[in-house]
Design a protein around this ligand. Sequence first.
Ligand code: FE2
Length: 247
Amino acid sequence: MIDLHCHIIPWIDDGADSAAVACKMAEHALRSGVDTIVCTPHCNISDDIPNYRGRDYDVCFGMFRALLQQHGIPLRVLPGCELFASRSNLRRLLDENRIATLNHSRYLLTEFNFNDSGERMTAALDLIAQHGRIPVVAHPERYDCVQRDPKLAVSWFAKGYIIQLNKGSLLGLLGQRAYYAGTHLLASGIAHAVASDAHDDRYRTTGLQSLLPVLERYCSPDYVQLLLETNPKRIIQDRHIPAPESE
Ligand SMILES: [Fe+2]
């Protein structure tokens, strides 16, 4: 399996808070059948956590990769970020090409303030698309506007934006509203990928194995494969993703 969304790089955001925790997260991922993680630290979430493309990010990523090698942990890690798109500087960041996409592809993992309006989210996603990126909407099931009106996520899906659900939402660990919205989107067939959004090795972990019983309740075996492997692979290889129901 390939995990597209994971806060595993230590020292860089509110994810792994030490090298030891990052190594545990990597080992946990491998044990659960994940062989590749795209490292997606928060980017632009505040002036304290910028994590824009550039030397600082490359150094942190390189140190993390070296750490895994030192410990003999055979997990493949790829660069990326989770862009916080609810700030007014979005256009400037896009114009200046300062945001890391998922493994240098066109796909850009994008998150919002949970209480942002649907109109503002749609405008930001459209702006990202106008800049030649394909938005991957991080955990739409956690946003208030989607919980109130899931058709909003359907409208993003219809524009070709990628819908990524969180493991924690589908396991009911992130509240009832996220659980209901997440399983609704899953059952509607508009989800393209499910990822861990792991931040540590105790509560929001890298293991994806625990997801399988929930996914199997709502999806065919082929769709489960699409969510955890086929589509994430297309993203890291910068390939086109057809709508799930057309496959
Ligand atoms: Fe995240």
